[in-house]
Design a protein around this ligand. Structure first.
Ligand code: AMP
Ligand code: MG
Length: 411
């Protein structure tokens, strides 16, 4: 039970406890960043009618073959077609319709001549002139966006498993979708813990520190698409911890996340409360920072106890919680694939799988990495300044300057 397991084994053990939840239907405007649980096909052609891509005149291209500024072709204006109307009267030879961008091309006309190539430029009044001089020839199809040019009815437009972007929402709206089937946003209850921890906004008495983990973890959850339910600070008191965790499960979370209280300190009660009211799968991982990291079930609800040191909490979240959120969201539950950089300086660790704060810059020869600030796991300043975590595999105690290192960008 108290053996030290590898990062990979810990990730695998954790993921076994999570299943992709059933899909639900949500309004389109609530679907951003959720993962589609259905294939979407075009219900009709897009555009659904031939329309003009210019403000100008719809006409027969054959009528204007010889048109030039010196010898304009004069056509009779027989219709006005603002966007939003639907013309049914055909355009005959020798005629033109004034047409606006997005308006349907009338029957008969096979092209649009932009207003800039006519004597009607610029369109100044709404009154329809009797005739127009055309200064340039046109070819069939010119400035006509054909029905079905973008999408044909029945064509797949977005596949199940796609994480919905703002541009996807635009496309879905363009085919009239008001709701979509998605995997629900994971609900996560979280607490920080420790008698020294005070929420920002309250006076700081001697011996106390402000709670950085609850705000940071809440933000991390939101940034990864979860619904965060932060429930405050647990005191170092087993009774109070039990009661608070019990209240937490009333919110029906996919899992409970805590920070601190899972190490070997006399007052580290969080881990013990979980062990006495469920099962503890492991509580130590062979990594740096973040060795005291507990996972188990509290009354059948998965529980992840991140370390108290803020940087360890951040790294534990990135390494273990992100894959859970991906799995629950319907995405492949893999950690982000690392990129590689050349080290500008030697880096050292202690043989545990290490996630060191670094800065990676892009140079003409590729990414180059160096360490950022003090690596103590309580120091958030260097984490905030770092733009990457440099990853040393377990068993590697040093990497010399000039060698490759794996990294993840963190900002
Ligand atoms: P623990 O896991 O309870 O032994 O805490 C490890 C270290 O993390 C201690 O120095 C705590 O004061 C610190 N710590 C725990 N929780 C927080 C928190 N929410 N915000 C900032 N530091 C914390
Ligand atoms: Mg503590």
């Amino acid at each position: 039970m108290d053996s030290l397991i590898s990062v990979k084994e810990a990730q695998e053990r954790i993921l076994q406890y999570f299943q992709v939840p059933p899909a639900e239907t949500v309004p389109l405007e609530h679907s951003l960043a959720l993962v589609l649980a259905e294939d979407i096909t075009a219900p009709f052609d897009l555009p659904s009618f031939n329309n003009s891509s210019m403000d100008g005149f719809a006409l027969h291209s054959e009528d204007v073959q010889s048109a030039s500024p010196e010898q304009p072709v004069i056509l009779k204006i027989v219709q006005d077609i603002p966007a939003g109307t639907f013309p049914v009267t055909p355009i005959h030879r020798g005629e033109a319709a004034r047409i606006m961008t997005g308006a349907p091309v009338p029957p008969g006309a096979d092209c649009v001549v932009p207003v800039e190539h006519t004597d009607a430029y610029p369109f100044s009044q709404t009154a329809l002139p009797g005739e127009v001089r055309i200064f340039a020839p046109a070819h069939p199809g010119q400035y006509v966006r054909r029905k079905g040019q973008d999408l044909q009815a029945g064509e797949p437009i977005i596949r199940s498993g796609t994480q919905i972007t703002p541009q996807d929402i635009g496309l879905l709206a363009s085919v009239g979708k008001t709701e979509v089937r998605v995997f629900p946003r994971p609900r996560v209850v979280l607490f920080s813990s420790g008698n020294e921890i005070v929420p920002p906004g309250q006076p700081l008495e001697p011996g106390k520190i402000y709670d950085s983990n609850l705000p940071m973890l809440t933000a991390l959850l939101k940034a990864h698409g979860a619904l965060a339910i932060p429930l405050g600070v647990l005191r170092d008191d087993p009774e109070e911890i039990l009661q608070s965790l019990e209240q937490g499960i009333e919110h029906h979370p996919a899992f409970i996340l805590t920070s601190a209280g899972v190490s070997v300190g006399t007052y580290d009660f969080v881990r013990r409360v979980v062990e006495e009211n469920g099962t503890l799968n492991f509580w130590r991982v062979n990594m740096r920072p973040g060795k005291p990291l507990a996972f188990g079930l509290f009354k059948n609800i998965p529980f992840i106890g991140l370390p108290g040191n803020p940087v360890s909490s951040f790294v534990g979240f990135t390494v273990f919680v992100v894959p859970i959120l991906k799995k629950l969201s319907g995405l492949p539950p893999t950690p982000p694939p690392p990129q590689t950089a050349i080290l500008e300086e030697a880096i050292e660790s202690d043989g545990r799988e290490s996630y060191l704060r670094g800065n990676v810059t892009l140079t003409p020869t590729g990414y180059r990495a160096k360490l950022e600030g003090h690596q103590g796991s309580g120091n958030l300043t260097s984490l905030s300044k770092a733009n990457a975590l440099l990853i040393l595999p377990s068993g590697v105690k040093s990497l010399p300057a000039g060698t490759e290192v794996n990294f993840w960008f963190i900002r």
